[in-house]
Design a binder for this molecule. Structure first.
Ligand SMILES: [Zn+2]
Length: 78
């Protein structure tokens, strides 16, 4: 029995998470740091690739990220 080939099976591809993905727990734990660095203009894609991968694959965390980013931005403009 072999694993389904993601290239031939769209559902398997959908279910296959990026191996770099850190998962919800770690992403949420680092999210405020990530947002801070992002607003500082740091290269977060290079520094936190696991979080980038996770936010791309996880809707709920991406929403949390959007909210956090919006409020952090508003804080800085105050
Ligand atoms: Zn998540």
């Amino acid at each position: 029995m072999t694993a389904p080939n993601p290239d031939q099976d769209p559902l398997a591809r959908f279910l296959t998470t990026d191996p770099a993905d850190v998962g919800c727990g770690e992403a949420l734990a680092l999210l405020d740091v990530y947002v801070d660095r992002l607003l500082d203009g740091e290269d977060v894609d290079a520094r936190y690739p696991g979080i980038v991968a996770h936010l791309r694959d996880c809707g709920p965390c991406a929403e949390d990220f959007d909210g956090l980013l919006a409020s952090a931005r508003a804080d800085r403009e105050r």
